[in-house]
Design a protein around this ligand. Structure first.
Ligand SMILES: C[S@@+](CC[C@H](N)C(=O)[O-])C[C@H]1O[C@@H](n2cnc3c(N)ncnc32)[C@H](O)[C@@H]1O
Length: 294
């Protein structure tokens, strides 16, 4: 019998929980992250009157444990997000991607934008604010913004569009706060017009993504970092298949496609922005076709 990894967590129970999390959400959790299991699952232990993590692992094997498993998976997600996170991708989207995509589409063609791990909604609403500010240039084209996540609580927060003073102080320019939010008992509620621009849906990145349709722009930021290489490759390849030839993918600062998939290539001189590699989609010489960075 293996030695316990921590008080109340046998090696077998750890393996079971780690496998479960990997299979359900892609999250890779090594023995050095036992403290994360302990802190994030403490509430579930209490709620279900379970003595320790080994007891929780046992309970997830019982018939009818699906709701519990969902709660475990959700509790283990990292949901940190803020408005206009890292600035640069949003500046690129506003000043490069949007104008060029508008130029490349006929007036009747709308644009579709996906925030692929939208958490509590700040990323999708940041994109919505940029789109709202670009109305004149859009010339009546419709823009559909979809936010998806695996975590229901975060999706509900996103749909609600209510943010604390602390949350709006992180990254949101004052003029945007004044223009697109109203104060509500010490918090800030997103304007209905902006909320109506974004649709939030529960979707696991490990599931078949094709049902979401095609997207001209994909923000898939700060989620791949939690996955192993094969999972990253699978998700990136699936995303590539959902993009038109001139579509764009934005990754987080610690994420890349390099060494993971050959379907996507970095835009020259742009960090964190990727386009389809030549031959990865039906050929189309759109202005946003990416070239491999040298
Ligand atoms: C750190 S947040 C990133 C939020 C936002 N993209 C940003 O950069 O600010 C990561 C999000 O990925 C979600 N997530 C983790 N695994 C997922 C999966 N397999 N499918 C969909 N969403 C997932 C989590 O629930 C969490 O809300």
């Amino acid at each position: 019998m293996n030695a316990p990894l921590a008080a109340g967590l046998s090696a077998a129970a750890f393996d079971h929980l780690a496998h479960l999390l990997h299979a359900r959400s892609g999250l890779v959790i090594g023995p050095d992250k036992v403290y994360l299991l302990e802190t994030r699952l403490a509430g579930i232990l209490k709620q279900h009157r379970l003595a320790d993590l080994s007891a929780l692992a046992e309970r997830t094997r019982a018939p009818g444990a699906e709701t519990l498993i969902r709660a475990v998976v959700e509790a283990m997600t990292t949901n940190e997000s803020f408005f206009f996170r890292d600035d640069k991708p949003f500046a690129h989207f506003r000043s490069q991607a949007l104008p060029r995509l508008i130029g490349a589409r006929s007036p009747g063609q709308g644009l579709r934008i996906w925030s692929a791990a939208s958490s509590s909604g700040q990323e999708a609403y940041s994109l919505a604010m940029i789109v709202a500010e670009s109305r004149a240039a859009l010339g009546g084209r419709g823009v559909e913004i979809i936010g998806t996540d695996i975590a229901r609580e975060q999706l509900n927060r996103a749909k609600d569009g209510l943010y604390s003073q602390f949350e709006v102080q992180r990254g949101l320019p004052m003029q945007m706060l004044v223009k697109y939010f109203r104060k509500e008992e010490g918090n800030w509620r997103i304007a209905e017009a902006l909320r109506a621009m974004v649709q939030f849906r529960e979707w696991n990145l490990l599931a078949d993504l094709r049902g979401l349709g095609r997207f001209d722009v994909v923000f898939c930021r700060n989620v791949l970092i939690y996955f192993d290489q094969p999972t990253k490759a699978r998700v990136l390849d699936a995303i590539a298949q959902m993009m038109p030839p001139d579509g764009l993918l934005y990754l987080g600062g610690a994420e890349t496609v390099l060494g993971i998939t050959s379907r996507l290539v970095p835009l020259p001189n742009e960090r964190g922005v990727y386009g389809l590699a030549a031959g990865a989609a039906a050929p189309a010489a759109g202005p946003l076709r990416a070239a491999a960075a040298t």
